[in-house]
Design a protein around this ligand. Structure first.
Ligand code: AP5
Length: 287
């Protein structure tokens, strides 16, 4: 599938993209992540992008388009992709359309995640990212998540840091830029019959459910406990797995279809009937 996730800063594009990556096995292409890693590497691209990012403005189209062209040309993107944070204005949307035409890979869907302004600000101000593995957490909306896990890269607790552009002044500018430059893409994609809008102001799992529904993707089945765990619920409980509920044989009567059941009961009644036995009689006394 080839998908674009649209939405204001903090709408949950990155969070939901991660879930789609796991579900669909296609890469997430986030221009924000690509730019941040260019800044961290200190490359020429990063140097040019840094100032705009810190001010909450859009990075120059030519830089972003060059980066996207290169990334979409990579092998893993041939099976599909999730674009997160791109396109961001009409010029980028037209350029993407032309590029995908050349690659013969048209978009399948564009999903707009709708969240109101106050909730966006709350989510952004609580966001923290692990400096080592890059996982995103939130101190306000899911405070327990970061504390309870270890970083898969270091094996130590996550080192949570705040993004430099997640400060109050920059967030206000990012939201203003979104309204002015990115929101018009809603009509652009609606006119092409690609747009689906979901209310993304709900629990993360519920938003995932709505997103999958909009895309026609089935939710992943919950993993069944291992066979051994199903056979031995007590042992599984000791190991922490959720065993299958034990069913008492008495509590679960066998069901049979009506006719077969009555036939069966007739048969069993006959077969269970006691065999007739002759009771030996006492010989009569002769008088
Ligand atoms: P970018 O990194 O793309 O930032 P953004 O669009 O502002 O989006 P965010 O990453 O802030 O939010 P998100 O929607 O991904 O939310 P998340 O899932 O993290 O861009 C950064 C900068 O790079 C731009 O300002 C610009 O300068 C430049 N740039 C990038 N792309 C560009 C382009 N194409 N052209 C030009 N310049 C470009 O969630 C946010 C928080 O909320 C997290 O803490 C998360 O845990 C939490 N959360 C998520 N979902 C829920 C939920 N349902 N309930 C409660 N909490 C939730």
């Amino acid at each position: 599938m080839r998908i674009v996730l649209l939405g204001a800063p903090g709408a949950g594009k990155g969070t939901q993209s991660q879930r789609l990556v796991e579900r669909l096995g296609i890469p997430q292409i986030s221009t924000g992540d690509l730019l941040r890693s260019a800044v961290a590497r200190g490359s020429e691209l990063g140097r040019q992008a840094r100032e705009a990012m810190e001010g909450g403005r859009l990075v120059d189209d030519s830089l972003v388009l060059g980066m996207i062209r290169e990334r979409l040309g990579e092998r893993d993107a041939r099976r599909g992709f999730i674009l997160d944070g791109f396109p961001r204005n009409l010029a980028q949307a037209h350029a993407l359309e032309r590029l995908l035409e050349q690659l013969r890979q048209p978009l399948d869907a564009v999903v707009q995640l709708e969240v109101d302004y106050r909730e966006l600000v709350r989510r952004i101000s609580g966001r923290r990212t692990c400096a080592d593995c890059g996982r995103v957490f939130n101190l306000l909306t899911s405070p327990a998540a970061g504390a309870s896990q270890l970083c898969p890269k270091t094996g130590a607790p996550h080192r949570l840091v705040q993004r430099p552009d997640d400060n109050e002044a920059t967030v206000a500018e990012r939201l203003r830029v979104y309204d002015e430059k990115t929101r018009p893409l809603v009509d652009f994609y609606r006119a092409r019959g690609l747009l689906r809008v979901i209310d993304a102001q709900a629990e993360v799992d519920e938003v995932t459910r709505r997103l999958y529904q909009a895309l026609g993707v089935r939710m992943a089945r919950k993993a069944r406990p291992a066979k051994a765990a199903r056979r031995s619920p007590r042992r599984a409980a000791r190991k922490g797995a959720a065993p299958r509920k034990a069913v008492s044989r008495r509590a679960a009567p066998r069901r049979k279809p009506a006719r077969a059941a009555s036939r069966a009961s007739r048969t069993s009644r006959t077969s269970r009937a006691k065999p007739r036995t002759r009771v030996p009689q006492r010989p009569r006394r002769k008088r």
